[in-house]
Design a protein around this ligand. Structure first.
Ligand code: SME
Length: 161
């Protein structure tokens, strides 16, 4: 496990999300290109959050999820409708928080070191899911309600405004 990897708790995690949200709002301002917007979100969050081991977008494209901007070890390129944690978040339109990825039977392991995961659906203005945002952690229980709230607030800025 990386020396830099650690799971922040409570108020520290909340503050990290608030700071990241301000930085991301600044990056998105005046930038209409969707790839540039996604890349900025990934770069800020992956750098700011010490418990993010893999951070990235999968875009809805041609009936599948296709990998988009990400940081971390090489991710799986495509995920079919309803498959894995990402496909489940896409189909249900609901954030999935996995305390332990091994408890989710259909989990797709792109890197065997991933132990926990959060996947947030990303909506367009019409309310359709256009992408999912996926984060993997190295420890069981890295993600909680603080991550869900912080990430949903940030991702709500990417395609739906
Ligand atoms: N674990 C995901 C696949 C993507 S990787 O975590 C980068 C899933 O089960 O959908």
């Amino acid at each position: 496990m990386s020396d830099f990897y650690r799971v922040p708790e409570g108020e520290e995690k909340r503050n990290l999300y608030q700071e990241a949200e301000v930085r991301i709002a600044g990056l998105l301002c005046g930038e209409p290109d969707p790839v540039a917007r996604m890349a900025g979100v990934v770069a800020v969050l992956h750098g700011a959050m010490p418990h993010f081991f893999w951070t990235g977008f999968y875009r809805v494209s041609g009936g599948s999820l296709v990998i988009g901007p990400y940081q971390g070890t090489p991710g799986c390129g495509r995920i079919a409708w309803g498959k894995g944690v990402c496909g489940t978040a896409w189909v249900r339109g609901e954030t999935q928080v996995l305390r332990d990825v091994h408890d989710f039977p259909g989990h797709i392991a792109c890197d065997a070191r991933s132990a926990s995961e959060i996947v947030v659906p990303v909506f367009d203005r019409a309310g359709a899911v256009v992408a999912v945002f996926d984060v993997d952690g190295l420890e069981v229980g890295a993600f909680d309600a603080e991550d869900r709230v912080g990430l949903e607030r940030i991702l709500n800025m990417v395609f739906s405004r």
